[in-house]
Design a protein around this ligand. Structure first.
Ligand code: CP
Ligand code: NVA
Length: 301
């Protein structure tokens, strides 16, 4: 049997995604009550990080320990992956020793290649195209604080990057309307937009995107791997900073999310980070609970 992978939100059905979120909420509650729950005793998650990480690394590592298993951190700097060993070979070897593999990398196609040769589940811990684990935590956060997101209006302000692409997929899977406001030339990939049809509207004016929205999101203006473009992007994106005043145009129940790390004074104003509508710390914590639900689901398959 081929392993079940989680490279994008489209790898699960809408009902599986809702179940994962509900399970994340249950696991959070068990954890807070101090209940020891170790269904993954002796199970091992390998984690390959070709880009930096705080939240993804710590949440997977802590999550595996809490579930009774272990996680192994692998960096290309000190493995043969960084010296050119083919992805196919690494996939065959790692998946013969470990029970699941999480990968944070640049090219999404590398994840797909790894998954094709892996006997065990492969999890996308962020690629240049997608960050589905973050969306599990974000959807859990919205669900906990506001209930179902179905039929709600969500705004994305800023770069049409990997997080924005993942929100486009989330609009399809969780059935909400997404309005994207981004500068010309920084749109979400056309292929993702096509997949979403009329659930997504592309705009230029952040105020138009945010008006009446129930959830507003942004992310850094220069993602990992775009460091050389950072200065040019600062100028181009200046009108897209999310501030308390911009959020005032949204629905009164609005939540503000950012996957973090945040750059205060760039994509988000410093005041907004401390605004009561901001739920970035809940999102970050929920990475732990949502991914425990994900690993439990994938390893139970
Ligand atoms: N949001 C997120 O994935 O954070 P890290 O880069 O710290 O893992
Ligand atoms: N878009 C950002 C997200 C970081 C979690 C990046 O890819 O760097």
């Amino acid at each position: 049997m081929t392993a079940r992978h989680f490279l994008s939100l489209m790898d699960c059905s809408p009902s599986e995604l809702i179940s994962l979120i509900k399970r994340g909420i249950e696991l959070k509650s068990l954890h807070r009550q101090g209940v020891v729950y170790e269904p993954l005793k002796n199970r091992v998650l390998a984690m390959i990080f070709e880009k930096a990480s705080t939240r993804t690394r710590v949440s997977f590592e802590a999550g595996m320990i809490q579930l009774g298993g272990q996680a192994i951190f692998l960096s290309p700097r000190d493995t043969q992956l960084g010296r050119g060993e083919p992805i196919e070979d690494s996939a065959r070897v790692l998946s013969s020793m470990c029970d699941a593999v999480m990968i944070r990398t640049f090219e999404h196609a590398d994840l797909e290649t790894f998954a094709r040769y892996s006997k065990v589940p492969v999890i996308n811990g962020l690629s240049d195209d997608l960050h589905p684990c973050q969306l599990l935590a974000d959807m859990q956060t919205f669900h906990e604080l506001r209930g179902s997101i179905q039929g709600k209006t969500v705004a994305w302000v800023g770069d049409g990057n990997n997080m924005c692409n993942t929100f486009v997929q989330a609009a399809v899977q969780f059935d909400f309307q997404l309005r994207i406001a981004c500068p010309e030339g920084y749109e979400t990939d056309a292929a993702f937009l096509e997949q979403a049809g009329d659930r997504v509207t592309l705009l230029r004016d952040p105020r138009e995107a945010v008006a009446g929205a129930h959830l507003v999101n942004t992310d850094v203006w220069a993602s990992m791997g775009q460091e050389d473009e950072a200065e040019a992007r600062l100028k181009r994106f200046a009108p897209y900073q999310v501030t308390p005043a911009l959020l005032d145009l949204a629905d009164e129940s609005v939540l503000f999310m950012h996957c973090l790390p945040a750059h205060r004074g760039e994509e988000v104003s410093a005041e907004l980070m401390d605004d009561p509508r901001t739920v970035v710390w809940d999102q970050a914590e929920n990475r732990l609970h949502a991914q425990k639900a994900l690993v439990e689901f994938l390893l139970a398959e």
